[in-house]
Design a protein around this ligand. Sequence first.
Ligand code: IDP
Ligand code: MG
Length: 161
Amino acid sequence: CAFYSSVLSGVQERTLVALKPDGVQRRLVGDVIKRFEQRGFKLVGMKLLQASEVILAEHYHDLRRKPFYSSLIRYMASGPVVVMVWEGHNVVRSSRLMVGDTDSAQAKPGTVRGDFSVHISRNVIHASDSVEVAEREIGLWFHVSELVSWDNADQSNLYQV
Ligand code: IDP
Ligand code: MG
């Protein structure tokens, strides 16, 4: 049925979410995973690693001319990050809303940044800002073999299938 297939195609959307070094240091990994799980998104990839300057330069390529760029790279390389790929309907847009405003001072309570941070320079978490960027970032941080396609046993509680 065309309706089901159009609904289900959006269910396959994926995004990259990362706990930045401050988020890992502050033991917020579990809280962030909990928020994405309870929302109904599916975890399809996850790892903890020390990010290299090479991968960070690629990840933040668009910001390379910003005055804060070198301090951003230093911050992101200051300790391990936890990178995750989450899948589900409208996950790119929804995760941006869950993460909150880039500037922690503007981020609304209830968002990750609005609940756990006070300053733009230590804003705890990253989430891809468009479907195209998500595809690029997932390809940058993960090898295809590290992403797992699996079925949620209770899919009909989350989607009309
Ligand atoms: P986003 O993370 O909400 O997508 P971007 O504009 O893509 O925001 O910026 C990437 C990251 O660069 C931010 O999350 C933050 O860590 C850092 N950043 C952005 N603007 C500033 C700034 O004005 N001062 C310091 N760091 C900044
Ligand atoms: Mg961004």
